[in-house]
Every structure is written in C-alpha cells, then in structure tokens.
Design a protein around this ligand. Sequence first.
Ligand code: NAD
Length: 407
Amino acid sequence: MNSLDAQKVLCVLYADPSTGMPSHYARDSIPTLTQYPDGQSLPTPASIDFNPGHLLGSVSGGLGLERFLIDRGHQFVVTADKDGPDSVFEKELADADVVISQPFWPGYLTAERIEKAPNLKLAITAGIGSDHVDLQAAMDRNITVCEVTWCNSVSVAEHAVMQILALVRDYIPQYDLVVKGGWNIADAVSRSYDIEGMDVGVVAAGRIGLALLKRMKPFDVTLHYTDRHRLSSDVEQELGLTFHESVESLISVCDVVSIHCPLHPETENMFNDSLISKMKRGSYIVNTARGKICDREAIVRALESGQLAGYAGDVWFPQPAPNDHPWRTMPNHAMTPHTSGTSLSAQARYAAGVREILECWLEGRPVRDEYLIVQGGALAGTGAHSYSEGDSTGGSEEAAKFTSSGL
Ligand code: NAD
C-alpha cells in the first residue's frame, strides 16, 4: 500500500443552524442498520470520530473528518462559501487535491473551475448524484468521481411517499388553515383525494425508484415504471408492476409520477411543455431526483393552467434556488429545500461512506466499484450503469444570486 503524501482536502458543506450547533437532539440515537435492501454492506471505515445521529453535514460538523485528516498530516478546509469567483471555494480550489461536496449545497465543479484546479484528482459526493460535477470535464482530466451509493436512497423514497400523499390529499393548505385559526372544511377538502385506486409510476426504478414502488404497494394503487434497465420478472410480479418502454407511455396512464433518474444529458429537461401536455389533466409530479430534469417554466405553466394538479419535490436548479425562483411561489406546490437525503440518519451513513472512500484513496486501495461514477477517463461502476457522458452543470453560476436572510 502506498499512502499518499499530505493532501489538501477541500470540503463544501451547508452553513450551521441559524441558532448555532444543537446542544441536544430530539432523539438519543438512530437505528443501527445491518445491510442495504439488495445486500450491499453499509460503509466500512476503519473507525469514525462522530456520533451517529448528530449534525455532520454543516460546516462545524465537517462530516466528522477533521481529526482523521489532520492527524495524518493532511490539510482540511471546510466552507459554505461556494458560489461566484470570489468565493472561498473557488480560491481554495487552486491547489486542492480532493474536493468533497454535498448535492444539498453543491460546490459546482464546472469545466472552468476544473481548469483552475491542476492538482485535483478526486471529487467525492457526500450523498448520491454527482451531476454538480462536469462529468465530461472530469473524464477528460482523468479525475475520479465517486458517491456514497445507497447512503440516502431510502431516505429519499420516504420523502417521496410523504410528498405524494401531501399533494394528493392536499395536506399543506389544511395545515395552514389550522395554524391560521380557521375551520372551513369545504375549503380544506376542495382539492383533496384518496390515492387508493390511482395509477402511480416512477421514472427510473433504481435504488430509490424501487424503494418507492415497494412503499407504495400497500396503498392499493396500480404501479408502473420505466427504466433503461428492466427489473427481473420476479420483482415485477411481486409488486404487480407494468413496465413501459418509454416515459411517454408511462406518463400517459399515470395519475402520479415520481422521478428517480439521475440528471445527465439524456434526462435534462425531460419534463417539458410537450411531455407534460401528454399527461392526464390533473396529474401530480413529485421530483426528488434533480430540479433540471423538469423545465422550470413549463412546471409553472402547467400548475397555473391546471394541467398539473400539484408538484412537489426537494430539488431545484441551481442550488440554493435564487430568492425569486418561481417554484417558491407557484400554485399547488409542496416543495421543500433539498433535505430528503440529509436527515440526521442519512448523514451518519454518508459521513461514514466518505471516510471509507478517503481511507481507501489515501492508502492507495481501490474505492468500491459501486461508489464509482467516473474513473480512468470514463464512466465507471454506478456511473456506467446510471449516467451518460456529457455535462449538466450549465447555468449553475446563477446560484450566486441567492442572498441569505439567515433562513
Ligand atoms: P441508481 O443509480 O440506483 O438508479 C438510477 C436509475 O436511473 C437506474 O436504474 C438507471 O437505469 C435509471 N436511468 C438513468 N437514466 C435513465 C433514463 N434516461 N431513463 C430511464 N431511466 C434512467 O440511483 P438512486 O440511488 O436510485 O438515485 C437516483 C437519483 O436520485 C440520483 O442520481 C440523484 O440525482 C437523486 N437523489 C436525490 C437525493 C435527494 O436528496 N433529493 C438523494 C439521493 C439521490
């Protein structure tokens, strides 16, 4: 094993809570999982220096990596200041060897930024979804890109179930009514339906899409999916799934469509005016995959016209969403900021996964195949299965428009 000399590890994380790091937590522990649903093992770092269930994804949490890196003589720089040419991220990138970033608060690694980072050899996604990296530029520069496969797939599936129910039952206005002191039941139910009996479909049945299908089955709905890889007939039969060769076929029969493919050139702007016009009037879309898979203005138009009865999700483009992003104020939405994959439970898994990747990298051992997106100048591992070549970071500079009010 050849351990690497001192490395500069640059880590982009979201800001600490507005009231400072928590002094105590709502729960004392998180459940201990033994394996993921397909048998893949949870992260296997040699050890960890954090408390599972504590806030690790913000700057002071530092993914629990500081002691590990500093004790081994490496440099560890953590910042939330990531957008624009004067950001700490852009300045520190000039001599960074490794970049770690989270999709929730992505440090966009565009071709221009990669060009300015001659030492960069490894980009780790602390989570799942590496579209914030120009994957084409990473391939061209022989930079390895990896993510912590499975770490928050179930977290996202749970969030998608919540948002499907929130939309179909029209939960958010009912909650608002209570908080405002009202009791007009007719107002509260005028857009509220049961999901039972509806047709529910997923665009992509990978780790998250399949987890969602399994969770929706007990609601007695008819389940559909499309994916470029077909599931086994056993799984199709067990869940009663109808496979569709194309997304057009799927959306034409579904009442609810949940999106679970990665963002890459094949899926960018997939849900545009043309596709949405082929959906049933009054359909619902839930998108916890990536904001750019949906055309921003087309979603607003469809909600305003009633073609869509509701839209929810937790992914935006860019992130943070500019303060005047129209999805903040469009009708009949149930959006959250990008939180589904960064519950305290998920943070423990992706912090451990990043530690595992760093241990491997720094000790000259291979990173697990399932964590790889790009390696050796080509898509690899999960990247080869789930992505296509090219870049989807265009327009990310708009993230610099966001001004924080501390919220
Ligand atoms: P996965 O690799 O297990 O599944 C992705 C699936 O998408 C694969 O089955 C693949 O075949 C399919 N796919 C790719 N391109 C397609 C296309 N053009 N048409 C149809 N299917 C296509 O990944 P996963 O763990 O299920 O995660 C999926 C995505 O969800 C991530 O890439 C990320 O963008 C997003 N995600 C979001 C959050 C969040 O916090 N909101 C967290 C994790 C992941």
